[in-house]
Write a protein that binds this ligand. Structure first.
Ligand code: 13P
Length: 338
């Protein structure tokens, strides 16, 4: 498969991406909430349970892995990337080394990981990865994000994407404007527009073939602490308007992050977006928490009850699969796919 075919397959109609690439530190935070010890066995056991679920074949086009996971084997001795492939999805890998303090700014970050990336990419390709992810993070306050943060992160994202295509993999470009704060939806729109604009300027400068990329943006939402709540319809309209204006048509797939929305909110908003989609973009999901929260809770209740954990994941994957075609409805949430 060439890059353009891979990008299309990752975001094909009715399917999306499972972001299971939490670093060891982040998964520790998630496990703490369910009283599970953060051991290598528990990490692989939870992930293997999801990757062998029924829903994989129908609703998941790609799975993003963390460095540790791509090297692990399932309890039956199957390498994890092979398990994912056998279940119909494409294995991918997070290649950034995290958001680090940005020198010269008081409270912003720059995502690192470019040093030695060419060599690491070769290794990941050999381990079975066919796409990658790099996440840049932007915080909204009265002063932020600064131009320095917007420009330096766009530059890093473009250098990353260019190296990834050189290694014959599809880069997921993830500029995440955080939901934290009390800003309104207009502010999120404005900041996201500026961030996307700068990203696509840099991607062009670095000669990235946009047809062989996937964009992973935030939806246009008010901050979590904003008093002014808005409807899903408004979220959908503003999200489409912002992406239509600031993302070139040649980008084949846009796979949203859930970013702290609840499972239902992230399904509802994606569904609204697809109901009114008047663009040539395929809009789908690349959710971490939005796909895994219920399954994680079930894992905390009883790690050995594979059926229950998989039922929870199957249900969420199906709901988001429906949302990516604009066919989700609240009533379906009550029906289990056991
Ligand atoms: P969330 O859907 O939990 O935001 O995670 C997606 C992701 O991959 C963040 O980088």
């Amino acid at each position: 498969m060439n890059l353009e075919e891979t990008a299309k397959k990752m975001c094909q109609k009715g399917k999306g991406i499972l972001a299971a690439d939490e670093s060891t530190g982040t998964i520790e935070k998630r496990f703490k909430t369910i009283n599970v010890e953060n051991t290598e066995i528990n990490r692989v056991s939870f992930r293997e349970t999801l990757f062998s679920s029924q829903a994989m074949k129908n609703y998941i086009g790609g799975v993003i892995l963390f460095d540790e996971t791509i090297r692990q084997k399932s309890s039956r001795g199957i390498p994890i990337p092979e398990l994912i492939k056998n279940n119909g999805a494409i294995p991918g890998i997070k290649v950034d080394k995290g958001a680090k303090k940005l020198a010269g700014s008081t409270d912003e970050t720059i995502t690192e990981g470019l040093d030695g990336l060419r060599e690491r990419l070769k290794e990941y390709y050999d381990l079975g990865a066919r796409f990658t992810k790099w996440r840049a993070v932007y915080k909204i306050t009265s002063n932020f994000p600064s131009l320095q943060c917007i420009k330096s992160n766009a530059h890093a994202l473009a250098r990353y994407a260019s190296l990834v295509q050189e290694a014959n993999m599809v880069p997921i470009v993830e500029p995440e404007v955080l939901m934290d704060g009390d800003h309104d939806i207009e502010k999120c729109f404005q900041v996201t527009a500026n961030v996307l604009n700068e990203c696509y300027n840099e991607l062009a400068l670095h000669k990235v073939n946009l047809r062989g990329t996937v964009l992973k943006p935030n939806m246009i939402l008010p901050g979590i602490e904003c008093g002014n709540k808005v409807s899903s319809t408004e979220i959908a309209q503003k999200t489409i308007q912002c992406l239509k204006k600031n993302v070139p048509d040649s980008v084949p797939g846009i796979a949203f992050l859930s970013g702290g929305q609840s499972e239902i909110e992230s399904s509802r908003n994606l569904n609204e977006i697809n109901k009114i989609n008047n663009t040539s973009f395929v809009f789908t999901f690349s959710y971490g928490r939005g796909l895994q929260a219920s399954a994680l809770k079930a894992f905390g209740q009883n790690k050995k009850d594979i059926k229950n954990i998989q039922n929870k994941f199957n249900h969420r994957a199906k709901m988001n699969g429906l949302s990516s075609s604009g066919k989700w409805s609240e009533d379906l949430e009550d029906q289990s796919v056991a």
